[in-house]
Design a protein around this ligand. Sequence first.
Ligand code: CP
Length: 302
Amino acid sequence: MHLLSDFDLSKNDIEEILTLSEKIKANPADYGDSMKNKTLIMLFELASLRTRISFEAGMNLLGGHAIFYSVEGRGFTRSETLEDGIKNLNEYVHCIMARVLKQEAIERIGSAATIPVINGMTEVYHPCQNLADLLTIKEYKGKLEGLKIAYVGDGGCNTSNSTMIGCSSMGMDVTVLCPDYPKYSPSAEILSKIKDHSGSEITVSHDPASGVSGADVIYTDVWVSAGMEEEEKRRMEDFPPFKVDSELVSKAKPDCIVMHCLPAHRGYEITDEVMDSEQSVVFDQAGNRMHAQNGLLFWLMK
Ligand code: CP
């Protein structure tokens, strides 16, 4: 079993992973040997703070070992194919987590691997982030089903995709609030796959003020994701109406929580005032990267 995209997980799978995550988080000592003699390799084509450290610390907490292998700016292997490189890793380690530039690459890794493969973020999906987000929402709200989440910003990016897929799988009402431009909106392909996966319809609107009405959760992310740097000037002109500030948050439910997958660009997609407010749960959310991934590692490898 691999986690190559959020579509690999059913509602029942997510429930099992979140239950394990909660148990491990509550009593880590009970799971201190669960990854004994197990090694995770972490392949990175793009820089990371949270993904790298949370997986490494998580493996350490569970009694296992993690190897960091960065290939930023060069290929995974010198002259052999990606598939041949992965067939070597099959012989040494027990799980592969890879942050790669292209979804196609993680699919190729999954095809060549005989051990579980975890998508640590591609340009299309960020499933580990969504598991941590769901765990956080459940902790703060006590449930997932029936809650409204308003995703504000770039509706076409990986975090938006994973939020739409994972949250709708769990019976949440998902609204995406993005500029009225195709590239910033959820793709028709993703929306159609979500309908097939969970039967859910995603609401897409270009009016953030009315769209956050009734929201239990407001979620935002950077306006310029990794790999989009050449679009920065245009994006900085198009996204300011979608800044999450106190005025926007005041239009949601009074107990609405505010989330961000981080890193945040304070003053752009989120103001200091909101980021540092009592409604912001961003650092608990970051902490839950490790706890949710521990549940995932246990679920995949046991
Ligand atoms: N949210 C997230 O994936 O952070 P990193 O890029 O630091 O891993």
